[in-house]
Design a protein around this ligand. Structure first.
Ligand SMILES: *Cc1c(COP(=O)(O)O)cnc(C)c1O
Length: 353
């Protein structure tokens, strides 16, 4: 830290992303990336002409991408915001909507508390139930906004849409942000509710189910006035927040052919998830039911920290959180069937007594 850093940031703790090591090739199950490349249309969208066009600024209105997302999700373009990863949508939502405070779960996406602290927002941390479920009643009639990851991370558990609707309807004067980073792996999207409720903002991403984490593409869908507020933040910080290649790839990922490709690959991830869950449970592990592209798992006979270390030594990266309540758990992303076979075999070795 320099002696010049503004005082308000001197005690600020930044978000710590899962590692992206370059030293050797790992089976990488630590940051919930998709095990398959983007759809062929996405790859074809990056051609010599597209690269040549980098000479020009990208379209600040992102019109083509917004139109494509609006068509895909059955909303209007004015209901769509596009961002540099969904982290940027979340960032702007925290800046815009949580002046009176925000509520979120004790175990959820780690960035929420970072944004709250960055903007000096009072955060009410609501503990998950003993079985790691969100208790919907805790979010009824709040004195502040809320952000709910659905499915939640790192648990993988999902709330039914009826609970989300009850929460949104009970807080008509507060913004409820639903973070649907993992919705394509088995959750129910709240996007259709954005037509009915002007206080609901749904954030989503290309990082998890479209194999494009490196493209940094996210979006938010909600009432046109909420979207205009996010645009205000964007035009006040970074009007060209998406580069022109990302804009092209984003639209190409929504074609009929891409849709079919992703449906098949997402189906494969879900199938492998269920098989892996069964195999780990057969070894005596506690495995939470998951609607995401990862499993939250407690292994027998070994602590979470030790298991993470031992797996790393065998060339497998998984995520461990040192938070007390979950320090014996691992969050394991779903890779290919082959990668998960290797994982199960190595787990079998490290839990031997
Ligand atoms: C991965 C993730 C994000 C961020 O995704 P990006 O679009 O890559 O910024 C947001 N929310 C949750 C819950 C996530 O797991």
């Amino acid at each position: 830290m320099s002696r010049f850093l503004a005082k308000k940031y001197r005690t600020h703790d930044a978000y710590v992303p899962g590692e992206q090591p370059r030293d050797k090739k790992y089976i990488k199950l630590n940051t919930n990336e998709f095990p398959y490349p983007p759809a062929p249309d996405v790859i074809a969208a990056v051609n010599a002409e597209a690269v040549s066009d980098l000479r020009l600024y990208s379209d600040p209105t992102a019109k083509a991408l917004k139109d494509a997302l609006a068509g895909y999700y059955g909303v209007s373009a004015e209901n769509v915001f596009v961002s540099n990863g969904s982290d940027e949508s979340l960032n702007f939502a925290f800046a815009c909507f949580f002046e009176d405070g925000v509520a979120f779960a004790d175990l959820t996406y780690g960035f929420y508390s970072v944004f709250a602290e960055l903007y000096g927002i009072d955060a009410r941390i609501i503990p998950l139930d003993k079985d790691f479920s969100i208790i919907p009643e805790d979010y009824i009639g709040l004195d502040r906004g809320a952000v709910i990851a659905n499915p939640n991370a790192p648990t993988g558990k999902a709330l039914p849409l009826s609970d989300i609707e009850r929460i949104v309807a009970s807080n008509p004067d507060r913004v409820i942000v639903v973070d649907e980073a993992y919705v394509d792996f088995g959750g129910e999207s709240a996007i259709p509710l954005t037509e009915k409720y002007d206080n609901l903002l749904v954030c989503a991403t290309y990082s998890k189910s479209r194999g494009m984490a490196g493209a940094r593409l996210g979006f938010a869908i909600g009432n046109a006035e909420l979207i205009a507020d996010l645009e205000l933040m964007k035009y006040s910080t970074n009007p060209y927040n998406l580069d022109s290649l990302a804009l092209r790839m984003g639209a190409a990922a929504l074609t009929e052919s891409s849709k079919a490709y992703y449906e098949e690959k997402v189906g494969e991830v879900i199938r492998v998830r269920e098989e892996t869950a069964k195999a780990l449970a057969a070894l005596g592990a506690t495995v939470l039911p998951s609607k995401a592209n990862f499993l939250f798992v407690k292994l027998p006979n070994i602590s979470g920290g030790d298991a993470c270390k031992r797996l790393r030594e065998c060339g497998i990266l998984v995520r461990h959180f040192s938070k007390e309540r979950i320090s014996d758990y691992l969050r394991i992303s779903i890779g290919t069937a082959e990668e998960m076979d290797t994982l199960v075999k190595e787990v079998e070795k490290i839990i031997e007594v």
